[in-house]
Design a protein around this ligand. Structure first.
Ligand SMILES: [Zn+2]
Length: 430
């Protein structure tokens, strides 16, 4: 595909100070071929005229459960353990058909919110991978491990078999990456935690886990093992040289655990909207984690606890949550959350798709021709505090135009919405 972005405002890399400049960008096949004011193509298939349009790398959702779109609004206003009981009961009914439908809705929502991909964490990731590939997004597919005592999703041995299949499936597309995802140190026995980290090392893939989401979880872990969850993970050798770890939440962690995460250069995938909605009280210590060398990246969590996949909204939740809790409006400035959402995940997992000549072409275009984004005193401030995912105009991933002027090309929006409307009663009554 040949695409020309004309006279568009490009936000530079955070290391270059988020400078923005007007330029032209050309894309040929799946690569960025030129970035300069005079750049042109003889006959591009698409021209994006850049007046009042801003371009930056699309966010990758660092922690989510895509098929949970089917459960948006299904159970609200409950504490985590009551909420999980509702969710696990209905997730036990999710066979491949529901996982496929929920992921289609999620990918459609993610594209329309300008996201370029996700680190997913669920069961039957082979089904999810097929949908992500078809949608044209990038996927890190975390094969979930959770015993059948909690959810009726085949049990650990069958989930490990799914993982073996996933390792083969991801070879079919450069957009897909396999990962392993034991649910948490309190729900998965040590034997399987150890097996997961060995599999991650053996196959050279990332590992993800939930940890220290609630105070109850921390107290339970301390009672059983004498140390809090992240420290316990460290004790059993979960963090290992050469493996990338994505630890979700970390809302109730000690300074000692901050240092552990920093020392191992682990990614902390935190989800402020979900944290606030489930009211678990702890605020992930973002400034300390950044200082210690951990990679902070923003996630939405699943849509049953958020309840959207909109990472623009999530940025606003993130800065406001940290500054409110710390009585300091400058402790986590807009520039840092923009970096953590649109750059940090890519730098950690896929730097070859940052906006640079020769790199894979992943770009999101935000339309500032709208009342709530005018006037433009400060583009970064507007992106973080005022923009929504629905302000995205176009989305390009790996050189493919997935959305242009709000029209999605890779998924049939109308038929997915019709399917959701007609099928959901069957899920509820099954
Ligand atoms: Zn989660």
């Amino acid at each position: 595909m040949e695409i020309l972005l004309k006279e568009i405002t490009l936000i530079s890399d955070p290391q270059e100070g988020f400078k923005h400049k007007q330029t032209n960008i050309t894309i040929e096949d799946n690569r960025i071929t030129q970035i300069s004011p005079g750049a042109k193509l003889p006959s591009p298939e698409y021209v994006i005229e850049g007046k009042n349009l801003v371009v930056l790398p699309p966010a990758v959702n660092s922690h989510t459960h895509l098929p949970m779109t089917l459960l948006r609004g299904y159970s609200d206003n409950k504490v985590l353990y009551e909420w999980l009981a509702d969710i696990w009961a209905i997730e036990g009914k999710f066979d491949a058909k529901w996982i496929d439908l929920g992921t289609k809705l999620a990918c459609l929502e993610a594209i329309k919110a300008g996201s370029g991909g996700a680190f997913d964490f669920y069961f039957q990731e082979t089904v999810i991978g097929k949908v992500i590939k078809h949608a044209g997004l990038r996927g890190w597919l975390g094969a979930g491990l959770l015993p059948s005592a909690f959810v009726n999703q085949g049990g650990l041995e069958s989930q490990l078999k799914d993982f073996e299949q996933l390792l083969k499936d991801v070879k079919s597309s450069p957009l897909l990456n396999a990962a392993i995802a034991p649910h948490s140190p309190t729900t998965v026995e040590e034997e399987y935690l150890l097996q997961s980290k060995d599999l991650a090392a053996k196959h050279n893939i990332p590992i993800s886990i939930h940890a220290s989401e609630t105070r109850k979880e921390v107290l339970d872990c301390e009672e059983k093992h004498g140390v809090p969850p992240v420290e316990r993970l460290d004790q059993i050798g979960f963090f290992q040289e050469g493996t990338k770890e994505v630890v979700a939440h970390c809302a109730w962690i000690t300074q000692r655990e901050v240092e552990i995460l920093g020392k191992h250069n682990a990614m902390v995938a935190w989800c402020p909207a979900s944290a606030q909605k489930l009211a678990y009280g702890g605020v992930t210590p973002i400034p300390e984690l950044r200082k210690a060398g951990a990679v902070v990246a923003l996630g939405t969590d699943g849509t049953a606890s958020n309840n959207t996949l909109d990472l623009f909204r999530e940025m606003r939740e993130a800065v406001n949550m940290v500054s409110f809790a710390r009585w300091d409006p400058a402790i986590y400035p807009a520039e840092e959350v923009l970096e953590d959402t649109h750059w940090s995940f890519r730098k950690y997992f896929h730097p070859e798709s940052l906006i640079k000549v020769g790199n894979y072409a992943d770009l999101v275009v935000v339309d500032f021709n709208t009342p709530h984004l005018q006037p433009i005193h400060n583009i970064i401030s507007s992106l973080v505090y005022a923009a929504n995912g629905s302000d995205t105009h176009s989305l390009i991933v790996n050189g493919q135009l997935l959305m242009h002027e709000r029209n999605v090309f890779t998924l049939d929006e109308k038929s997915i919405l019709n399917e959701i409307e007609s099928q959901i009663p069957e899920l509820l009554n099954s």
